[in-house]
Ligand binder design. Sequence first.
Ligand SMILES: Nc1ncnc2c1ncn2[C@@H]1O[C@H](COP(=O)(O)OP(=O)(O)OP(=O)(O)O)[C@@H](O)[C@H]1O
Ligand SMILES: [Mg+2]
Length: 184
Amino acid sequence: MQGILPETRVTAVRQGELHTKSATAQRTEAMGAALGELLAPGDVICLSGELGAGKTVFSRGIGAGWGAAVPLSSPTYNLVHEHDRPDDRARLYHLDFYRISAAREAETLGVYEILDSRDIVILEWPERLLDILPAERLWIDIVMREDDGRDLHLTAQGERHAALLDDLRQALGAMRRGTHVVGD
Ligand SMILES: Nc1ncnc2c1ncn2[C@@H]1O[C@H](COP(=O)(O)OP(=O)(O)OP(=O)(O)O)[C@@H](O)[C@H]1O
Ligand SMILES: [Mg+2]
């Protein structure tokens, strides 16, 4: 046996976590908008949660905060929605894996090219195709509570997404204190 054991050379991947709540759909959308304002090319946002949890509501907020030309709507039927931002011609993909169960189907829909691109990607039902997802991503679990509120659990993988989560934590703090100005 020679040298250092391989596992001692593995660089720790920076991770981050944030747990928060949203009492209303409007609030969930506003939280999405706060995230949308911070997104950069290559960011991958995975939105997990039961049917009706609020994944599309949150996505709609992301699109508005990011500056999509057309409001985001549910991609449940078309599975892949492409959005443009007129300001700088940046692109954002909003995908729904609910009805995709096989990697082959994802390939036919061009999902691999989208995930390899430097465009922003939002994914609903990401757990359906866990194997093909990029390792670096912001994962958001939306959990329904009995009172209509939602618990949001956010976990970042990788340096960039951890930094994104730090920025979001600050933005949500400012929103709570009522000091957030849209477009700030
Ligand atoms: N606190 C809340 N946050 C988000 N949505 C809420 C909240 N309270 C009530 N709602 C309602 O829950 C519904 C969420 O629907 P949405 O389409 O976003 O769910 P989804 O997770 O995308 O479902 P699907 O799996 O079918 O795509 C909306 O009708 C919204 O108004
Ligand atoms: Mg949806």
